[in-house]
Design a protein around this ligand. Structure first.
Ligand SMILES: NC(=O)c1ccc[n+]([C@@H]2O[C@H](COP(=O)([O-])OP(=O)(O)OC[C@H]3O[C@@H](n4cnc5c(N)ncnc54)[C@H](OP(=O)(O)O)[C@@H]3O)[C@@H](O)[C@H]2O)c1
Length: 243
């Protein structure tokens, strides 16, 4: 019960990696708060944990963030896994899609972390999310690579600025089977998982539970700050196919 008598808020806790983090934090004894936009998904998470509070928020809406922080109790740890991603070739991806992605994956987490700071107890932590594309971009992912890089840079700057009161880290997943790909056609999704998995040293894509384990490490390890932790099945060292 490593998180006994501690409160963990997970923004993005309504699905995927965030739901797995909320579940593991609850199992480790934490009081859990889950947030994202869709209340039905948040209710599913609290039902899965068998406890927890759902406080909805749209990170991109300043009024919603202000109302969310007002409703928030005191916290020990804030995890922000919420994001949205857009893919497309440089020449085709509309700039508005890129701006929307920066709103959802950079400015949203930035605003949420800033607003919640007054509610986080000294000694607490903030965990942000980037992704493997920041340093090993794939084709047609330059925008997503850029936003992930911005989150990683923010992490290092905040860790310096907010220490010693708070630790700030970033978790960078490789590809994992998650709700993030729910909109894909099932066969195409399976082909993507298999093709990516084959290219990795571990020969498979990951699970949301494996990423959540790493998040619990970042939350609980009191000597870890300013770190970008890659949990990617060896994606950083994978052999890319020649063009
Ligand atoms: N899955 C992967 O393979 C992978 C790989 C690399 C990096 N990552 C990163 O890991 C993190 C978690 O990914 P995941 O797989 O758990 O994705 P996911 O299942 O799609 O979860 C994203 C969550 O963000 C919430 N969200 C989106 N926009 C929001 C907003 N404006 N305000 C509040 N909540 C919002 C969504 O809920 P609502 O729609 O209800 O708001 C959803 O619960 C993300 O940063 C992602 O980029 C994932």
């Amino acid at each position: 019960m490593r998180l006994h008598e501690q409160t963990v808020a997970v923004v993005g806790g309504g699905s995927g990696i965030g739901r797995a983090i909320a579940t593991q934090a609850g199992a480790a004894g934490a009081d859990v708060i889950v947030s994202s936009r869709n209340m039905a998904n948040l209710d599913k998470t609290t039902a899965e944990i068998g406890a927890g509070i759902a406080i909805p928020v749209d990170m991109t809406q300043p009024d919603a963030v202000a109302a969310w922080v007002d409703a928030l109790p005191e916290l020990d740890h804030l995890v922000i896994s919420a994001s949205s991603a857009a893919h497309g070739p440089f020449s085709d991806l509309p700039e508005d899609s890129l701006r929307h992605m920066f709103d959802a994956k950079f400015f949203g987490p930035y605003a949420v972390a800033k607003a919640a700071l007054s509610k986080i107890r000294r000694g607490g932590s903030i965990t942000l999310f980037s992704g493997v594309l920041s340093r090993r971009p794939g084709m047609n992912c330059s925008g997503l690579a850029a936003v992930n890089g911005a989150v990683e840079a923010l992490t290092r700057g905040l860790a310096l600025e907010l220490g010693p009161d708070f630790r700030v880290n970033c978790l960078s997943p490789g590809m994992v089977r998650s709700d993030a790909y729910a909109a894909m056609e099932p066969e195409a999704k399976e082909t993507m998982y298999e093709a990516t998995g084959e290219s990795l040293p571990v020969a498979r894509v990951g699970t949301v539970e494996e990423i959540a384990e790493a998040a619990i490490f970042l939350i609980t390890n009191t000597y870890t700050t300013g770190v970008v932790l890659d949990v990617d099945g060896g994606h950083m060292i994978r052999q890319y196919a020649h063009r």
